[in-house]
Design a protein around this ligand. Structure first.
Ligand code: NAD
Length: 294
């Protein structure tokens, strides 16, 4: 078992950290929100008052933060962790951030003798709770293998996408598709209901027909069609609209960088942007369905 520091205990980080505790690791945790730390200390972790205190003596550091700027600040900022981590520490950075940002922090880590992989996840809060996440990893193969046992305590599928930053590129492609699929699924359900169909009946039909996808199988956006998904809980928890908007922005940047055309990704980005600007940024992204409400 390892001594693990876990930083960022939000919708994803909290259940991921719980699974590391259950696996028997010695866990020290930190988040800017006190209540988030308390949930983990109640479950048996030790709470820290700062990120630097959290990583004291850690063999492995896991971070799960909102976006690039939070990750760069945590590792490279004035109180940055790279200045205090022991050489040889393994950093598993799970946030979804820009590939250039992941490469920049990993390069600085390498210069300091610290091993770092980008390991963004897919599977949503349900996957985080169940310990069935998919990890999409970029970095040196030996570091990926060193992290594998810990990743297996939180997830079921571990893919090595390539060198540093490659995990983020793959994750961004996946989430661009997810944003498009959720908007498309909402559009189709709203069309069916407006034409007299029951949303549950239509969802069951699509789930066994050629339009089936992750949203219709596991994360239906129509309230009441599936139990325990954000749509049936007032779109609380889950994956925030603003986080999806961030990922669609990362996809747009990647497209610009490589000269790729992503018209559907851009359309989805505009839809989520409109939805966020109407005050829905903190709701789960499946609330995009509200855009289609009559
Ligand atoms: P969240 O907003 O629920 O949690 C982020 C947490 O980080 C918050 O508790 C916040 O207080 C904390 N935090 C921010 N800055 C910090 C700092 N400097 N030090 C310590 N704590 C800090 O977000 P989330 O839904 O858990 O998502 C986290 C990451 O995972 C994002 O990059 C997101 O894109 C990605 N992701 C989310 C989902 C999902 O379904 N929610 C799925 C896959 C990937």
């Amino acid at each position: 078992m390892s001594r693990i520091a876990f930083i960022g205990l939000g919708n994803m980080g909290s259940p991921m950290a719980q699974n590391l505790l259950k696996a028997g690791h010695e866990l020290v945790v930190f988040d800017l929100v006190q209540d988030a730390v308390k949930r983990l200390t109640d479950a048996g972790a030790r709470g820290a008052r700062s990120a630097r205190e959290c990583v004291e003596g850690a063999e492995i550091v896991v971070s799960m933060l909102p976006a690039s700027r939070h990750v760069e600040e945590l590792y490279l900022g004035d109180e940055g962790l790279l200045a205090v981590l022991n050489a040889g520490t393994l950093v598993v950075e799970c946030s979804t951030i820009a590939p250039e940002s992941a490469r920049k922090v990993a390069a600085a880590a390498r210069d300091a003798g610290i091993r770092m992989i980008d390991a963004p996840v897919s599977g949503g809060t349900g996957g985080a709770i169940a310990g069935t996440l998919t990890f999409i990893v970029g970095g040196d193969a030996s570091d990926v293998e060193a992290a594998r046992p810990v990743l297996e305590n939180m997830g079921r599928n571990i893919f090595h996408a390539g060198a540093s930053g490659a995990g983020q590129v793959a994750k961004i492609c996946n989430n661009m598709l997810l944003g498009i699929l959720m908007a498309g699924t909402s559009e189709a359900l709203a069309l069916g209901v407006a034409n007299g169909l029951d949303p549950k009946v239509l969802s069951d039909i699509i789930a066994k027909s050629s339009g089936r996808n992750w949203a219709t199988e596991l994360y239906n956006p129509w309230p009441g069609v599936m139990p325990d998904v954000p749509a049936s809980k007032g779109y609380a928890g889950g994956f925030g609209v603003d986080l999806m908007l961030k990922d669609l922005g990362l996809a747009a940047e990647a497209a610009l960088h490589s000269g790729s055309s992503t018209p559907l990704g851009e359309l989805a980005r505009n839809l989520y942007s409109l939805h966020s600007a109407s005050g829905n940024g903190k709701l789960d992204f499946s609330s995009i369905l509200k855009l289609y409400e009559k």
